[in-house]
Design a protein around this ligand. Structure first.
Ligand SMILES: *[C@@H]1O[C@H](CO)[C@@H](O)[C@H](O)[C@H]1NC(C)=O
Ligand SMILES: *[C@@H]1O[C@H](CO)[C@@H](O)[C@H](O)[C@H]1NC(C)=O
Ligand SMILES: [Zn+2]
Length: 603
């Protein structure tokens, strides 16, 4: 999977250890004092603590903008818009600032700590061979010589066995090449010096498998039994653990402490602001991490991104009411009222649960991570406890069982009203919603269940999806967007699985081509199943109001109007003036959250 679009920057600061950037252009971080540097073109009314901003143009709403608006006033104390207006009817308004404004953009499905950790890890995305992985790891260790010990395992993300030709093994893990096929002797000596004996845990591109070094394998019993809902890859050798089997490894992992997580959060938020994000839905956060989020969001000036978090029990797919965290702050820098459940694994590793076998592996139809009765009882228990239920479902069987579970919960939650009425208040979501049988697409519409879709997953998977699914399932079931548009999908990226840039997601949704190459798969270069493409403003709606609705924040987020959060994004041009291809490389000019500038391209 190509990931050439992502660029990382170095965070300079007190955290000396372990910031790794192993590739791409290094741009100096923008250290942007919040709310400073805006004195020139802005009216500040000190008594009211109100500010008025005017721009070349302001689009107040993705789909139904108020015409003519070019100014807004906000309350600094509240961090909300107090007035949105057209300056032509005013006598005295501030000079227009350059640029065109969009409502604050949200990513409807990402992983904040995972992304922060990714920014501090070896980046293996797009590596085409074990040699290349080894080179990236060596570069990483050049910058992070102290990482890779038993107390501080080195982490990496983004390898893909399809690019490597086979599943890697601990013996091939770039540390201990006993096998010289992939390395010259000279390189091996160096590899031995720098890499041998290190503790390395490298996640697959979809984070559904992890590949560990011999030092970590040595911690595990030599005779590992199979794991339900997971796979221990044993051929060509040991080293890779998938889905539930990852827990065997994770049980030994010395987890990052609070200080390190704080560093992850800070790095992630800075990067996310650069691409125009003002908020994100964190799709699965453990209770202890939510407590850390709670503290940071109330006390730390570096917490500048709005987060809507779904709680995930320490033990996946359980009911853990004693650990449950619900948070709603007035300022809404953090809110938690959803829970994350997982029905299946990923398509790339044949882990998605399908009704019928895979077309390219007829011996399997994938696997569920929980059975139908457990999924239903969890959905009922969590929703009865007042939580929004968000179920990860990729394969058509997983999506079917997720809908069954939701239907059963509606029946007990709202015995006197229709599933659609019940859903309007509950806002159950299916995360990914990738492959859905036509019968279940119909049920989804009847119930109004919200699909939470990542458009770049479609363009990353398009090269092999049809091999897995066959032509018929691909055409009728896979990667729906237009077909589910009336359900107000939440759009996102699933960062760090995909780059977080929402304009790449918008491009993927509109063009159904890869934002990295600009092309569709062979035979469909002009766009993959373009009948499922959506319009530009519909795509932006999914990243603004769609995301807001999926987080119970409609009217407050993803829109510019009186009473909404004073969040906005500034572009050089109007979004519909850059052209489809222009979306791929679009650079945000400024990002503002709660009336404070959190990113400025020009410093
Ligand atoms: C390693 O060497 C063995 C034979 O010694 C060979 O069968 C295998 O394919 C090699 N593996 C790799 C990854 O090159
Ligand atoms: C489903 O899984 C649960 C928990 O593993 C188990 O107790 C139950 O017997 C299973 N139910 C069925 C119908 O297989
Ligand atoms: Zn995810």
């Amino acid at each position: 999977m190509a990931r050439t679009g992502l660029s990382l920057s170095v965070v300079v600061g007190a955290v000396a250890v372990a910031f790794a950037v192993v590739r791409l252009q290094h741009q100096p971080a923008q250290q942007q004092p919040l709310g400073v540097g805006i004195d020139v073109d802005v009216d500040v009314d000190v008594e009211e603590a109100a500010q008025t901003f005017c721009y070349q143009g302001i689009r107040t709403d993705a789909l139904s903008p108020d015409p003519g608006v070019d100014c807004f006033t906000l309350s600094l104390a509240e961090g909300t818009f107090t007035r949105v207006f057209d300056s032509s009817s005013e006598a005295d308004t501030p000079k227009r600032r350059p640029g065109y404004v969009l409502p604050g953009i949200w990513d409807g499905h990402g992983h904040l700590l995972g992304y922060g950790e990714f920014l501090h890890s070896a980046d293996l995305f797009g590596s085409g061979s074990v040699d290349e992985i080894r080179a990236r790891l060596k570069a990483y260790f050049d910058v992070n010589p102290d990482v890779g010990t038993s107390e501080n395992w080195a982490r990496g993300f983004g390898w893909d066995q399809m690019a490597l030709g086979q599943m890697p093994t601990a013996a091939d893990d770039a540390l201990l090449f006993s096998n010289t096929t992939w390395a010259t002797k000279q390189d091996m000596l160096e590899a031995d010096d720098r890499l041998k004996g290190r503790f390395l845990m490298l996640d697959r591109v979809d984070v559904h498998c992890t590949w560990v070094s011999q030092a970590i394998l040595d911690l595990l019993p030599s005779d590992l039994p199979d794991v339900p809902g997971g796979e221990i890859i044993r051929t060509p050798g040991m080293g890779v653990f998938c889905d539930n089997a990852m827990d065997i490894v994770l049980a030994h992992w010395p987890k990052p402490n609070a200080a390190r997580k704080k560093t992850f959060v800070k790095s992630a938020m800075k990067e996310l602001h650069k691409v125009g994000l003002v908020g994100m839905h964190d799709a699965g956060v453990f209770p202890d991490d939510l407590k850390l989020y709670d503290e940071l969001s109330r006390t730390d000036d570096d917490w500048t991104l709005r987060v809507y978090a779904m709680m995930e029990c320490k033990e996946r797919n359980t009911f853990c009411p004693d650990d449950a965290v619900r948070i709603s702050h007035d300022g809404s820098m953090l809110s938690v009222r959803g829970v994350k459940l997982f029905a299946d694994g990923a398509l790339g590793s044949w882990g998605s649960a399908m009704i019928l076998p895979y077309s390219d592996k007829p011996s399997t139809s994938g696997s569920l991570l929980v059975n139908a009765s457990t999924l239903t009882s969890l959905t009922k228990s969590w929703s009865a406890a007042g939580f929004q239920v968000n179920i990860h479902a990729i394969g058509d069987l997983a999506n079917r069982l997720a809908l069954d579970a939701m239907a059963a919960a509606f029946a007990s939650l709202c015995p006197d009203s229709s599933p659609a009425e019940c859903q309007a208040a509950r806002r159950f979501r299916i995360e990914h919603a990738q492959i859905i049988h036509p019968d279940d697409q119909k049920r989804m519409h009847e119930m109004g269940v919200i699909p939470s879709i990542q458009p770049t997953h479609a363009t990353s998977d398009m090269a092999y999806a049809q091999l897995r699914l066959g032509a018929e399932r691909t055409r009728t079931e896979a990667y729906r967007m237009r077909s589910v548009l009336d359900l107000s999908p939440v759009l996102g990226s699933d960062f760090p699985v995909e780059p977080p840039n929402p304009f790449q997601g918008i491009y993927a949704a509109v063009a159904r081509r890869s934002p990295h190459t600009g092309a569709g798969p062979p035979g469909a270069e002009g766009g993959w199943h373009k009948e499922e493409a959506i319009g530009l403003w519909e795509a932006l709606d999914g990243f603004t109001k769609g995301a807001a609705r999926g987080a119970f924040l409609e009217g407050r987020a993803g829109i510019i109007r009186k009473g909404a959060f004073a969040d906005w994004v500034v572009l050089d041009d109007e979004l519909d003036a850059v052209g489809e291809e222009g979306l791929r490389g679009l650079k945000v000019r400024e990002t503002w959250v709660g009336g404070k500038m959190v990113y400025s391209r020009d410093g």
